[in-house]
Design a protein around this ligand. Sequence first.
Ligand SMILES: [Mg+2]
Length: 177
Amino acid sequence: MDSGVVERAKRVRLLTCDVDGVLTDGRIYVDDHGHEFKAFCALDGVGTNLLAKAGIVVAWITGSAAPAVAHRARQLRIPHLVQDSHDKLSAWERLREELGFGAAECAHIGDDLPDIPVLAACGFAATVPHAPAAVRRQAHYVTAREGGTGAVRELADLILEARAAATALAPSAIRGG
Ligand SMILES: [Mg+2]
């Protein structure tokens, strides 16, 4: 693992996630009545819980207004959900300031052009393999997992491992305190 990535990951206290293409594979199923269906990955749900247990705040910022997203966020007890967002950077700045985190303490994972301003502003920028080159260029880390197949879990594991390693190396841990 790139030591720069680990350095960035260990500082994370807020993870914001794009939904379509990150928590899903980006496909939007629409039935004859116009209802949207999305498939979420259970691995990401557990990853989100692990982050919450470690005191890391998880938020979703999405351009989608689909009720399915709100339902899934409720199931996972996602504390902050911004839907129908046309300016993700403003939404992210508002949330970050409200929670009192510096940009360096924030990670974002997103897969398309609306995510680029947030990826450029946050301390740890991540994306998924299918993201366009312009998005991948902004990312410090591209997950091995595709969107909708555990990409957020992979990122959660990376953040938690980086924190655990940092804690193990902290002077208080060395002293046994
Ligand atoms: Mg997306």
